[in-house]
Write a protein that binds this ligand. Structure first.
Ligand SMILES: [Zn+2]
Length: 183
């Protein structure tokens, strides 16, 4: 089944029966198309740098946004891998819905929970990192009940489905459309 999704001036028109595949937005995003990131850098050091770089680059390369490393003091996002224990999430974007007049502040934290992610492959960690970054770019979860891999996007909430079942660790067309429509 083919879903035809037309993006017109930020409005989304879905033709066909695959509405559940369409992206959803948080109502928050960054205030510019030029977005920078750096590491939150506590005493424990910085883990998984190459995977953070790859994950940000995937959004940079796929969308019309510039998503590059910049000074920590003014970065839009700060990446942070640490253990939050056995709490049910492997990644978290705690301020996804925290913005003023639709715009995020600087220094939004992106968490990777090493309690789980230490046992992941690099590619699986990137599935989590790309997902969490997607939240701050303005996307929320979609497709929680989707089981067909061709319809599973990076904004699927479940790492088991996104990665373990479907090997998705990069933005897909629906994710890209969802970001590009907002900026
Ligand atoms: Zn999520």
């Amino acid at each position: 089944m083919v879903a035809m999704v037309l993006i017109v001036s930020g409005y989304q028109l879905t033709l066909g029966a695959s509405q559940a595949e369409a992206y959803a937005t948080t109502g928050c995003k960054f205030g510019s198309k030029t977005i920078t990131w750096n590491y939150y850098s506590p005493n424990s050091g910085i883990q998984y740098q190459s995977q953070w770089v790859n994950s940000a680059s995937k959004w940079h390369n796929a969308t019309k946004l510039s998503v590059t490393q910049g000074p920590a003091s003014s970065a839009d996002m700060l990446f942070y891998a640490a253990s939050w224990g056995n709490n049910g999430w492997d990644g978290y974007a705690p301020d996804s819905f925290n913005c003023k007049k639709g715009v995020h502040a600087k220094g939004m934290h992106v968490y990777l929970n090493t309690h789980y992610a230490a046992g992941y492959t690099s590619a699986m960690r990137e599935s989590v990192m790309v997902h969490e970054i997607g939240h701050y770019l303005g996307l929320q979860h979609v497709g929680s009940s989707t089981t067909v891999c061709s319809s599973v996007t990076i904004m699927n909430p479940f790492t088991s489905r996104r990665w373990s079942d479907c090997s998705v660790n990069a933005p897909r067309a629906d994710d890209i459309n969802g970001v590009n429509a907002q900026y």
